[in-house]
Each structure stands twice: as C-alpha cells, then as structure tokens.
Design a protein around this ligand. Structure first.
Ligand SMILES: Cc1cc2nc3c(=O)[nH]c(=O)nc-3n(C[C@H](O)[C@H](O)[C@H](O)COP(=O)(O)OP(=O)(O)OC[C@H]3O[C@@H](n4cnc5c(N)ncnc54)[C@H](O)[C@@H]3O)c2cc1C
Length: 415
C-alpha cells in the first residue's frame, strides 16, 4: 500500500493507463480529473440504430503488442466489424493505389526499409529522448535522404488520409513512430484490424472502473507547487493538494499553468495540431466499406473527404456513414460541410444530413526546429522533478499503442 496522493489530469487512454498501472503498483490515493463529462478523450464511440460507430479512434493493428496485452488484462476481445478498404478517385470511380510500373521499385524499397529503420533508436524507445538528426527532417525529405521515392508516394495513403498531416511538413520521427515497419506491412497486406463491437469506448469503460476517484466535468485551470513541495491543483469548483501530479492532457492546452516557467510555456505553445473533422452522416445509397479518396490528400483539396467508413454492412435504406475531412482552406466549418456533402453525392449517396460531428485537434507534434532545439530532451529532464510528470499523445507520438507504451514506461521507471 502506497499512500502518496497522486492527481492525474486528463481521462484519455494515456491518463487511464497511468491510473491502472499505479493501482497495480499499490497506489491507493489516485484522483483523475477530466474536463468533459465522459472519459475517453480521442476515444469517442457513439451509438446509432443499436450499433456503435467511432468518431475518434477506429482500430488497433495486430502488430500492436501493448494494445493486445491491455485488452487481455481487461478481458476485452477484438469482436468488432471487419474493415475493408476501397480506393476511389475524386469523381467517385474505383482506382488503384500504385501504378503497376512502380510495384517492383516499391518491393525493393520495402526490403531495404527494416535495415534503415534499425539505425534509429528514437523509433523504438517507449519515451522519446535522443532523436537522431535525420528523423528531425520532414518525412518527404527523410525519404529523399534515404532514396525512398515510392515509399514517399505510398505512405500518404496510410498517414495523411487519417488526418495526421502533410508529409512535407511533419518530421519523420512522428510519421515513422506511427507507421513503423510492422504497422506499414500490416496495413498493406489484407489487414485484420482490431475493432470493438461496442466501440473503442469499451477500453475506456473497463479502465475507468479501476479508478475510484474520477472527477468529470472538472477542467484543471491551474497547477502550482507550494513551498512545502505539495502541488496545488485548481478547477473552477475546488482546489486540492497532491504529492505528485501527472499531466496527461494536451500539453499546449495547459501551457499557462503556473508550474511552467516562461521558456517551457513557450515551448509547449509551439506544439502544432491538425484540425480534423469527423462527420456522422445519415444518408441513403451509401457504398459499403471503407472508402479512401486518394485524390483528396493533396493540400489544395483540404476540406474534401479523405476517407469514409460505413463500419457495418449497410442493410437499411437509410444508414450512417462516417466521413473524415481536414478543415477547408478558408477555415469556415460550413465550407467543409458543403464540400463533404458534395463529395458524398458524387459517390452516389443521397439525402445526406449531419447526425453528429467532432472537430478534433488531431496529431499533436512539433516541427523540425523544435526537435533541433531539444524538445524531447527538455521534457525528459523534467520528468519526476519535484513530483511532476508529463504524458500524452504528443510525447508518445500518437496512437493507442504508443500512448499505452509511454504510460506504462512512465510508471515503471518512476514509481
Ligand atoms: C479521428 C481520430 C481517429 C483516430 N484513430 C486512431 C486509430 O484508429 N488507432 C489509433 O491507435 N489511434 C487513433 N487515433 C489517435 C488516438 O486516438 C490518440 O493518440 C489517443 O487516444 C490519445 O490519447 P491521450 O490520452 O494521450 O489524449 P486524449 O485522448 O486527447 O485525452 C486527453 C484528455 O485530457 C482532457 N483534458 C484536456 N484539458 C484538460 C484539463 N485542463 N483538465 C482536465 N482534463 C483535460 C481531455 O478532455 C481528454 O479527455 C485517432 C485520433 C483521432 C482524433
């Protein structure tokens, strides 16, 4: 039994796994603060006509060992629908991902890839510390550096399509931590995605049960250390003292906390995100499956659908389709909605109307300059200092797998 009073800020997968791991180590006094009235963060399943749909996290991959181990601990099965992918051009015609003429070059590049990736320790570390300089380059430049001309064209179909950003801007570190060799191979073969019948929220519900003191609808507004070394945590409704605090909320959103000096606060403010919209749309004549609109991955096509997903076999006249789109270039949500609706109609869908939607601050990352300025070394130097810890998807570099791995490693190294 360990009596240290610990607060966790943020009830997404990162904060919840930290709570689970601390409890497993015997810590009893854990309080979890969540801004919204439900746990989950970017895990956000909804129900429609008795079936689950995902507005946030969609799937895991069979290559993701930490996710599989967590599901085993929680007694959760990957019992959801099978997802199958169809590629479309912008005018709604079926298309192929890669011209046949590039296939043999691609095979050669994929054979060379594992050896190249093995040079980079930052790709496999549970928590990023030292980043090898080439990984600081935007991914497209990293491909040029290693002469991966086809990989550069192909990876956009597994990265940009999910709202993670443009490969000419996002450092290779972030791209390759999400799409490591195993994940990329799983995607390219006929992938057996891990999905959940009642939605990814099943993970959250099970994890949430292990935390006794959950405070929902309680955005933490400030955090500071007192002279007696205790941490004073403030919400709009209460103020409480803790021995240790773990921040698992988006770090750019808490950069104003008094516990951060101005240099650190400025550094956290440099975290960039993608505005990515997920529309749940009721409509008729929806094509089944997961549709990838490859022409819409170009920057000038922002606002158009990158991906749509019916998730379940369409059996009724009207059904739900989930459509994904970056913000339109004018930043006006109504423009994005108009483009999304027009794209659906071009695909043969009729009578579309919005049922629900979410606009995410997706894919948090820092740019090449921030990596060169030692972003991750500075974060690591802070971990545990006076009982404060930082976690979450920006530090783990996104995905359920990476968040789980980061949270487990934080608890195992410091508690
Ligand atoms: C549309 C979409 C699809 C995705 N699909 C996949 C997928 O298929 N597979 C996959 O592996 N990953 C996917 N991801 C990524 C994955 O969902 C995230 O990387 C992961 O869920 C992030 O977890 P987190 O706990 O670090 O952050 P979050 O989920 O963002 O949780 C942070 C929590 O902190 C709370 N919070 C914020 N500020 C405060 C405050 N001041 N006080 C208290 N609480 C606060 C927030 O409300 C939130 O609940 C997807 C993400 C999105 C957006």
């Amino acid at each position: 039994m360990k009596t240290s009073k610990i607060a966790i800020i943020g009830g997404g997968i990162s904060g919840l796994v930290i709570a689970e791991q601390l409890r497993a180590k015997g810590y009893q006094e854990i309080t979890l603060y969540e801004k919204h009235h439900t746990l989950g963060g970017k895990i956000h399943s909804i129900q429609y006509a008795g079936k689950s749909y995902e507005l946030g996290t969609i799937f895991g991959l069979p290559s993701q060992e930490r996710l599989k181990a967590l599901m085993k601990r929680l007694g959760i099965k990957g019992d959801g629908p099978k997802l199958s992918r169809v590629n479309y051009s912008a005018n709604g015609e079926k298309t192929i991902q890669l011209p046949k003429s590039l296939l043999s070059d691609f095979r050669v590049e994929m054979e060379r890839l594992p050896e190249v990736l093995a040079e980079y320790t930052a790709l496999n570390a549970p928590r990023i510390q030292y980043v090898e300089p080439p990984l600081m380059l935007p991914f497209s430049q990293w491909c040029d550096y290693h002469e991966f001309s086809v990989l550069k064209k192909v990876i956009i179909h597994y990265y940009t399509i999910f709202g993670l950003g443009e490969l000419s801007l996002i450092p290779a570190l972030f791209v390759l931590r999400v799409l490591n060799y195993d994940n990329l191979m799983t995607f390219m073969e006929m992938p057996d995605f891990v999905t959940w019948k009642s939605g990814a929220i099943t993970l959250v519900q099970k994890l949430g049960q292990s935390v006794k003191d959950v405070r929902l609808g309680q955005a933490v507004t400030d955090l500071k250390q007192l002279e007696n070394q205790q941490w004073q945590l403030t919400t709009a409704y209460e103020s409480a003292l803790y021995d240790q605090v773990i921040i698992a909320a988006p770090l750019d959103e808490v950069s104003h906390f008094a516990c951060f000096d101005s240099a650190l606060s400025k550094m956290l403010n440099q975290i960039k995100v993608e505005s990515f919209n997920v529309y749940a749309i009721c409509a008729e004549n929806i094509p089944s499956g997961v549709g990838c609109l490859l022409d819409n991955l170009k920057p000038e096509r922002r606002g158009h659908i990158t991906l749509f997903d019916t998730r379940w076999e369409v059996t009724s006249k009207e059904a739900l389709v989930i459509a994904y789109a970056y913000d339109a270039p004018d930043g006006n949500p109504q423009t994005t909605t108009r483009l999304v609706m027009e794209d659906l109609v071009a695909l043969g869908v009729s009578s579309p109307r919005i049922y629900q939607m979410k606009r995410w601050r997706h894919s948090p990352h820092v740019d090449s300059d921030q990596l060169q300025n030692g972003f991750f070394q500075r974060i690591e130097a802070l971990q545990g200092k006076n009982g404060l810890f930082l976690a979450g998807e920006c530090l783990s570099a996104l995905s359920l797998e990476n968040c789980i791995r980061f949270s487990e490693s934080l608890v195992s190294d410091f508690f």
